[in-house]
Design a protein around this ligand. Structure first.
Ligand code: DGJ
Length: 746
């Protein structure tokens, strides 16, 4: 790892363990150009040619005559607006005269060990030994604007974190109308583009398509990252696979409106920009004020998509998640949502907890419906006082009883929302986001609180803290069940309503920061109607996020595959639920549901008191399985072997321990086929020169602890990776098998 400045070439070289990123300063004007991003380089000799300054910069007269042609093809490190580069701009600024042209050029730079915090925003982190940062200061004197472009590299991970801080150096206010966090110009190498798409209960489906000319984008205008599109984009060679080929991944550490764009221009160059969605964004910067844009992560992999996934996983596990639970086994929880919905009282919850505790489940989470007069989802959001009609004797009494079973207790909140039918709304109607004179649109019969306002945040946190201090509560599920609309804040002046979307996100981040400061040991799980705010920004606060409201094991295969493309398995909230599944009505074997949930945080979401004795026994065995394998699943390297989304028949993925001594192979036959021979899956990530014993994890051993079945077979790692593992097909649909390889002990 390291950052070097090559004086003669006027170039910066940023190195991660296996990649290099090179930036050059061109010409006396100080255009900052992108030179290279790819496999690690020994130096930059001759790299000037890659800047592709096709116009003769030395001859001022000739150059000035065709300045626009130059600007329209030069690979810009941070593109300007309105001065001749007609590709996507990275920034647009309105000055007091109403003009919007801007072009930032190099002034100075600083290289330092470590990484500074981004004020008010989630961001990756690293100590002086773990990270190094390049800060390049650029200016546009005509506008009076300074930009500091920061790039951090990590000594143990092939990822680069970029961000931008803007400062108004002039006397008059400036209005930032567009601020991208990063820009990357490259030549198009017959790229494909991968993005993630979805809907409620159908999040993050992988979509791969050819990158043609013009602009291709994904975005959100919902005030959250959203179910529908994801703040992620990958460009990859059209021949790239899981294991081979060049892949560039871009991810945005932010939880609000975003845009990610790839543009192929007339010269077959590609420009990628990523940042806060400029739509409905206008941020006034007065004299001396600064604006910090969120962070963008760049990953280059020369080893296909799998290499990209593992770099993102490593970065997030090592340098983004802060929770004390980051590298710890999380308690196996049981959540009452699908078990009871709103229909519960203290006895019903206690009965579930009692039964669950006997099976080894470790925490009861009380979901929506415990506060105010919340008997259904039409009311009471904002009134965070225990409903003693439901919980007779109060919260502490219930928590104490549950603790008495040896179980922890967790609780649900939806802090950013208010119901029109609530004490809070009656007292403070102006605290809801709304446009004067227009009734705000309702979703799930609720409004969004204007958490950009300090007094609103204080009031909600105050109520939450009271509840959390009143009993021994170890876990909070922070939900958010509608997008933002009808944007208006009663606290912002007319000219500054364009700041609300971003101020809202900053306010929400501040609330989570304060919650964790008050309860540093809390296990926080974020959620947004399932996975609508599953993004790297939220991971900074919570080590796990509820992945989707669809808990069906087969639907989850695709949802979890798309999520695992960038996120570690340890972050994906996954529960075993009842069948027929509440979302799709599908019936799947209990064992299959357990294996699929094992590839996430693992927990339950059903009424265990109603399970058959056989299913109860399976739960006990799954608990044993979780304790045996969670360390491996949580900390291991992830390899995607086959995708049900592609082949429509089966799914297969693998987790390998860092030391390559053991591996789990998850195999799910979604659809059975008649008269077919066994299936061969080529494994990955093993040590080619070691031998492995093959065992299978089963749910039908002779007693509860007996979950491992010996196969009596051993294989060379190279054979498993090149020849493959032969899997006898199970009989029927939705059948799963879980294999365990362990290095042979001589
Ligand atoms: C949406 C979440 O995704 C569910 O798990 C549940 O908590 C409900 N909200 C409660 O309203």
């Amino acid at each position: 790892m390291g950052i070097r400045y090559w004086e003669k070439e006027r170039m910066f070289q940023l190195d991660t363990p296996n990649t290099s990123y090179v930036i050059g300063i061109a010409d006396q004007e100080g255009f900052l150009g992108h030179v290279y991003y790819g496999k690690r380089l020994s130096g930059v000799q001759g790299a000037e040619r890659l800047l592709r300054v096709d116009r003769p910069l030395e001859d001022w007269q000739v150059y000035n005559r065709d300045r626009l042609s130059f600007l329209d093809c030069f690979p810009m490190e941070y593109s300007g607006h309105g001065v001749g580069d007609f590709r996507e701009s990275s920034i647009r600024v309105k000055d007091s005269g109403g003009h919007s042209a801007v072009l930032l050029t190099y002034r100075s730079h600083e290289i330092y060990q470590g990484k500074r915090k981004l004020e008010g925003l989630p961001a990756t982190f690293g100590t002086k030994d773990e990270a190094a940062t390049l800060a390049i200061t650029c200016r546009d004197d005509a506008v009076g604007l300074e930009a500091v472009l920061e790039y951090s590299v990590f000594e143990d991970t092939d990822a680069i974190a970029r961000s931008v801080r803007l400062t108004n150096l002039g006397k008059e206010p400036l209005v930032l109308e567009k601020v991208m966090s990063g820009c990357l110009d490259m030549d198009n190498r017959d790229f494909d583009m991968i993005t993630l798409h979805g809907s409620w209960a159908r999040e993050r489906r992988i979509e791969r398509k050819k990158l043609g000319h013009g602009v291709h984008s994904v975005s959100s205008l919902r005030g959250e990252s959203g179910h529908q599109e994801h703040p992620f984009m990958a460009l990859l060679e059209s021949t790239a696979t899981q294991t081979a080929g060049d892949v560039y991944g871009f991810h945005f550490v932010y939880s609000g409106n975003f845009i990610a764009q790839a543009q192929v221009n007339q010269f077959d160059s590609v420009r990628v920009v990523m940042g806060i969605n400029p739509e409905d964004f206008a941020w006034t910067l007065c004299q001396g004020e600064s604006f910090q844009a969120p962070e963008m992560i760049l990953v280059y992999s020369g080893q296909g998509l799998g290499g990209m996934s593992r770099s993102f996983h490593d970065l997030y596990r090592r340098h983004l998640i802060r929770s004390p639970y980051r590298n710890k086994k999380r308690p196996i929880l049981i959540n009452n949502w699908e078990a009871t919905y709103f229909d519960f009282d203290q006895d019903k919850l206690f009965d579930i907890a009692k039964e669950a505790s006997q099976m080894g489940i470790e925490m009861l989470v009380m979901d929506d419906g415990w506060f105010g007069n919340r008997f259904d989802d039409n009311r009471a959001l904002g009134d965070w006082k225990v409903n003693e009609e439901k919980l007779k004797g109060g919260l502490k009494a219930l928590v104490d009883r549950v603790n008495g079973l040896g179980m922890d207790f967790g609780i649900w909140f939806e802090p950013e929302m208010v119901s029109p039918e609530s004490e809070l709304y009656r007292a403070h109607p102006d605290w809801a986001i709304a446009v004067p004179g227009r009734e705000p649109g309702r979703a799930r019969n609720q409004y969004v609180l204007d958490v950009s306002r300090r007094e609103v945040r204080d009031c909600i946190l105050d109520q939450m803290f009271r509840v959390l201090h009143s009993a021994n509560i170890r876990y909070v599920k922070w939900d958010m069940n509608r997008p933002l609309s009808d944007l208006g804040s009663a606290a912002l002046p007319a000219g500054r309503q364009g700041e609300l979307y971003h101020r809202y996100v900053l306010g929400m981040y501040e609330m989570q920061e304060r919650l964790l400061a008050e309860f540093p040991e809390l296990l926080l799980e974020n959620c947004s109607g399932g996975g609508a705010r599953f993004d790297p920004g939220m991971l900074y606060y919570s080590p796990q996020i509820w992945c989707s409201d669809d808990t069906d094991a087969i639907e989850r295969l695709r949802i979890q595959e798309g999520t695992a493309l960038i996120y570690p398995l340890s972050t994906m909230g996954a529960h075993v639920s009842v069948c027929p599944n509440h979302a799709v009505g599908r019936v799947t074997p209990f064992a299959t549901r357990g294996f699929v949930a094992l590839a996430g945080t693992f927990g339950y979401e059903l009424d265990v008191t109603k399970l058959s004795p056989q299913d109860k026994e399976t739960v006990r065995r799954q608990v044993v399985m979780y304790h045996r394998f969670n360390d491996l699943v949580r900390e291991g390297d992830y390899y995607r072997i086959a995708s049900f989304g592609d082949n429509h028949l089966f799914d297969c993925f693998q987790v390998v321990s860092r030391d390559k001594k053991e591996s789990l192979i998850f195999f799910v036959q979604v659809l059975g086929e008649v008269n077919q021979k066994s299936r061969i899956v080529k494994l990955q990530g093993l040590a080619g020169d070691r031998s492995y014993d093959l065992r299978e994890v089963v749910m039908d051993g002779k007693d509860t602890q007996d979950i491992i079945r010996e196969s009596g077979l051993s294989f060379g790692g190279d054979l498993l990776m090149n020849g493959g593992l032969v899997i006898d097909r199970p009989w029927g649909d939705f059948q799963a098998r879980l294999f365990w390889l362990q290095e042979k002990q001589e």
